[in-house]
Design a protein around this ligand. Structure first.
Ligand code: PL4
Length: 410
């Protein structure tokens, strides 16, 4: 018999989101008449916008002609015009087109990136965090041989991000030469790091020989002036940070699949090898490029009409978030001492239920309101007692969920 890769022995449990789906299906089976509303998984619900649809259609029609047909791209990094548009429109020239690597989504690149570092590089994550960072580290062996406890994996450094520290971690716990995962706007807390905070992070990483993996998947949700939408707004970030990003949430491409990763030219490993060289080698080996159709849609979204439509689409979800926030600040929640966090720059609300476990609250909200949420403990030990509410949903369903939440007995 063939042995499995021992790194998988350490994986603590199933992946969070299928587990939520399983519980939802079990509840639905037991309550076939329940009208279940999901404020759980961050999955977009609104249709693609007209200009993006036009871009997709045009490209597909071209594929049906000899002149417009194309097969594999020349390399895995993406269509040059899209790379150029991402650099000029989204980064305003802070990065160049040859630092942009188009992908099939941020999650896929979080997984691929870890292969460049392997098992000897220490990993630090914000706690709570999108579970793929930790699970990916476990799979490449970076979590060591120690099994997980209820405090997480013993060889991964968790950096608690709580209301008490304004959701910005104490970096002194990070070991030198670590890979630091940092997400802003944050999933799940919704917190956005300020310029001063990101400067602290970049200065720390440079001084300690660390590389930051900055996940900006929700950057399009930032509405407050002055908050950085990319880590490259911070001086020195190109010496120490890779940024992962996505078309999933801003233009509804969760199913179409398109993202990108910025690997700066001057970012190097200890031996002087440019990280770009290894990234190119790795992706050319394991990745045949993002779908050319998806790339055409992404390109359309970066034209003036596409950008205008994107803003409206993101506004829709932000308005949902504001409605949910209002419901969660109702009398029933206030009386129970529930704390609601969300600054209006992210699609998530992060809610603390003092003295209650996350899964207990998940079950209670599902049973009493028929609303699916995400238990905070699924994002890390510091998420215990919290629930994440997602604002991705049709407006009528969100309004209905809010009405039910205002009746929740706490
Ligand atoms: C459920 C911080 C959602 N099945 O779509 P991608 O791959 O470009 O982006 C995924 C992603 C990357 N980075 C962050 C994210 O929050 C997400 C998506 N997260 C959520 O509810 O937390 C969807 C999760 C999906 C999954 O496992 O990713």
């Amino acid at each position: 018999m063939i042995k499995k890769n021992p790194t998988f022995t350490n994986l603590a449990a199933g992946y969070l989101f299928p587990e939520i789906g399983k519980r939802r299906r079990a509840f639905a089976a037991a309550h076939p008449d329940a009208d279940i509303i999901s404020l759980g998984i961050g999955n977009t619900t609104e249709p693609l916008t007209p200009h993006v649809v036009e871009g997709l259609k045009k490209y597909v029609e071209g594929l049906g002609t000899p002149a417009g047909y194309s097969g594999y791209g020349d390399d895995s990094a993406g269509e040059p015009t899209l790379r150029e548009k991402i650099a000029s429109v989204l980064y305003k020239g802070l990065v160049s087109a040859d630092e942009v690597f188009v992908s099939d989504g941020a999650k896929c690149d979080v997984g691929r990136i870890q292969q460049m570092f392997g098992s000897d590089v220490p990993v630090a994550v914000q706690d709570p965090a999108y579970p793929v960072y930790v699970d990916g580290a476990v799979m490449v062996g970076a979590a060591g041989k120690m099994p997980a406890t209820d405090k997480g994996y013993q060889d991964i450094v968790y950096m608690p991000c709580l209301p008490e520290n304004n959701f910005f971690p104490d970096l002194s716990v990070v070991k030198p030469n670590s890979l630091i995962f940092f997400c802003s706007p944050n999933n799940p807390t919704g917190a956005v790091a300020t310029r001063e905070e990101l400067k602290k992070l970049v200065d720390f990483a440079k001084a300690q020989g660390c590389i930051i993996i900055f996940d900006g998947a929700y950057s399009a949700f930032i509405r407050q002036d002055g908050l950085p939408t990319t880590i490259y707004e911070i001086e020195g970030a190109k010496d120490c940070a890779i940024e992962i990003n996505s078309f999933s949430k801003p233009i509804g491409f969760t199913g179409v699949r398109l993202g990108w990763t910025i690997v700066p030219k001057n970012l190097c490993f200890e031996d002087g090898t440019p990280v770009q060289n290894i990234w190119t080698r790795l992706t050319n080996t394991f990745f045949n490029g993002a779908s050319n159709i998806a790339q055409a849609g992404g390109l359309a979204s970066l034209e003036p009409q596409g950008l205008e439509e994107t803003r409206k689409l993101v506004d829709y979800y932000l308005e949902n978030a504001a409605l949910i926030k209002k419901a969660l600040e109702g009398e029933n929640f206030k009386k129970a001492g529930v704390e609601v966090y969300g600054q209006g720059n992210a699609p998530y609300l992060w809610v603390r239920f003092p003295g209650r476990s996350s899964w207990e609250m998940f079950d209670k909200i599902l049973e009493e309101c028929h609303v699916v949420t995400t238990p905070g403990s699924g994002f890390g030990p510091a998420g215990e007692t919290f629930i994440r509410f997602s604002s991705f949903g049709h407006r009528d369903a969100v309004i209905k969920a809010c009405q039910r939440l205002s009746q929740l007995k706490l």
